[in-house]
Structures are given as C-alpha cells and as structure tokens.
Write a protein that binds this ligand. Structure first.
Ligand code: ADP
Ligand code: MG
Length: 209
C-alpha cells in the first residue's frame, strides 16, 4: 500500500503538541506516548467515493499505526444503502474497537485528521458522499453532548450500518444512557428495515499489514 509514512509521523508530532497544550487537564498517562489504555471505544468507519474497501483499509491501517491508539477488533465490512441523503452511491461501513487514552474531543480531531489525509474535503455535506467518515460511536460508558460532539453517537440506534457491525464484534454491550442492549436495538430496527439494506460485504474485512 502506498501510505505516506511522513504523515503518520506528523500525526504523532501533532498528538504530542496537543497533549502539551492540554496543560493541567492532561493526565500523566496521556503524556506518555504509546499508553493506549483499555478498549471499549467503538468507531464507525464508512465511505462511498472511490475504492471504498481500500479507503476503509487505509483508515484502519492509520489507526493501527497511531502511537496513541490500539486497534483491538474490526467488524466485517458491510455494503449499505445511503442514509439521510439517499440520492448517492452505496456505502461500505464497518466498526472497529480501539483502545486509547486520548479524550473524546481530541480523538475527534485525530479522526478528522485521518479523514483529511484520506482525501475527505472539509466542506463535505452532512450525510453526503465522502471518501471516508470516521465517527465516535461509543466511548466506554461516557455520555456527553457538546456542540461538537455527541456520545453515544446521535443516530447509533437508528442505523443498520452501525448496529450490524457493532453487534457482530460486541454482542453484549448496552447503551450507556438507556441500558438497552444494542442487539435489542438491532432486532427492533430489523422489524421495519430490510436486512438487504446492510449486507455483509466480506467476512475477512481487515488484516493487519
Ligand atoms: P455524519 O458523520 O453525521 O454523517 P459529519 O461526518 O459531516 O456527519 O459530521 C459532522 C460533525 O458531527 C462533526 O464535525 C462533529 O463535530 C459532529 N459530531 C457530533 N458527534 C459526533 C461523533 N460522535 N462522532 C463524530 N462526529 C460527531
Ligand atoms: Mg462523521
């Protein structure tokens, strides 16, 4: 794969700079490069422009090479119908579980940085076509709502392309606000939405390079 390693190195430098600028809010653990904490952080990965499989794989490769993230589990890839803006090409979606000690707001910035190196334009319309979309679906049991960030992800209980891969890799987890299991949300959604709207694209999904 033709990945530009200097960009990955720049990410580490950016992370280090950000950690320094967190000042008093930085924990000792955060200041230690390579401390990636436990798991329980689930990211949504999707895209519907260009080589979707390659874009998802590239995003996963960057995450696995990130000095402050550990890639723990990756779901199958799912071929899904567009959601929200329906007049656009099909998406490929997946969920991965990571470990990190990067706080949610800084994690969102890291994910936006990965989106940018994978060619996502800053002005991509919400729910519109994009090479890559990285969302924080769950951050352990954290519940937060700020103008920039809602965790658990606002639409995580309404989207097959989140629920199918999430339940695949984490069949027992529950929504931290409602206590309802994600399997339950999936079963409910499948009563009104056809399973074909989100089909397993491949089982193997992602192999570490
Ligand atoms: P979407 O992912 O809903 O299709 P975008 O990727 O364009 O749309 O996201 C727009 C904004 O949503 C982001 O800039 C971010 O500030 C905000 N946002 C709120 N909660 C989250 C979350 N949990 N994960 C990712 N982005 C989020
Ligand atoms: Mg997004």
């Amino acid at each position: 794969m033709n990945m530009d390693n200097s960009k990955i190195r720049r990410s580490s430098a950016d992370s280090a700079l950000r950690r320094q600028s967190y000042g008093a809010s930085a924990t000792k653990a955060q200041a230690t490069a390579g401390n990636v904490g436990g798991g329980g952080i689930y990211l949504g990965i999707g895209g519907n422009i260009g080589d979707r499989e390659l874009n998802l794989t590239r995003a996963l490769t960057i995450i696995s090479a990130h000095p402050d993230m550990r890639l723990l589990r990756v779901s199958s890839f799912y071929r899904t119908s567009p959601w929200g803006v329906t007049e656009q090409p099909w998406f490929l979606n997946a969920i991965c579980e990571i470990g990190t000690v990067i706080y949610p707001a800084a994690l969102l910035e890291e994910l936006k940085w990965i989106e940018r190196i994978l060619g996502r334009e800053k002005s991509t319309p919400r729910w519109g076509p994009r090479a890559i979309d990285l969302d924080i679906i769950l951050y352990r049991s954290i519940v937060m709502r700020t103008p920039l960030l809602t965790i658990p992800h606002k639409h995580c209980t309404e989207r097959l392309f989140v629920l199918m891969p999430l339940v695949e890799i984490a069949p027992c987890i529950v929504h931290p606000e409602t206590g309802v299991s994600f399997r339950n949300y999936l079963d409910e959604l499948l009563k009104t939405q056809p399973e074909e709207a989100c089909l397993k694209y491949n089982q193997i999904a992602y192999k570490k390079p």
